[in-house]
Ligand binder design. Structure first.
Ligand SMILES: [Zn+2]
Ligand SMILES: [Zn+2]
Length: 165
């Protein structure tokens, strides 16, 4: 995931078309169970002296755990990528990634873009009915005999106790 800026001295743009394994970065992300090899399709252009714009997309498939029913589900995602890289001395201001002028390491920004694409509350379906709070039955695939009444006041008191601790 590197771009050597020498290449951009004799070419108008450099195209990055590679498949990378990003699974290592997601070890600590509970919501994601796995990520397929990600396809980077990016184009780098020198927009000013020592300033490069890299844009395109990252395509992959991620398997999440549904926040309601806890079942794994997969989604194909296309994540837009648009970053500017500049050297410390170049005058570009704003949101830029600083690099040494020789070699751009795309990995940090690619990882960040993928992390930001993960939904806060992944749901297999927006209408997911989740699990029965009493017996744990997955209500998307089955029904159970539990009474679905408002929470028992005694339990509510307990819940409040737990929340306080
Ligand atoms: Zn679900
Ligand atoms: Zn139940």
């Amino acid at each position: 995931m590197y771009i050597n800026t020498h290449q951009l001295k004799d070419q108008a743009s450099v195209v990055i078309d590679e498949t990378v394994d990003l699974s290592g970065m997601l070890n600590d992300v509970q919501e994601v169970l796995s990520i397929a090899p990600a396809h980077l399709r990016l184009k780098a252009v020198e927009t000013a002296r020592n300033t490069y714009r890299v844009d395109g997309s990252i395509t992959t498939e991620m398997t999440y755990r549904c926040a309601r029913c806890l079942s794994p589900f997969s989604r194909r995602v296309e994540i837009p990528f648009d970053e500017v890289y500049a050297t410390e001395e170049s005058l570009e201001d704003g949101d830029v990634n600083i690099f040494d002028g020789e070699r751009i390491d795309l990995a940090p920004a690619v990882e960040q873009a993928v992390l930001l694409s993960i939904p806060l509350v992944p749901l297999c379906e927006t209408s997911c009915r989740g699990l029965c709070p009493q017996c744990g039955t997955n209500l998307n695939v089955d029904t159970c005999g539990c009474e679905r009444r408002a929470a028992d006041p005694r339990w509510e008191a307990l819940t409040r106790l737990f929340e306080q601790s």
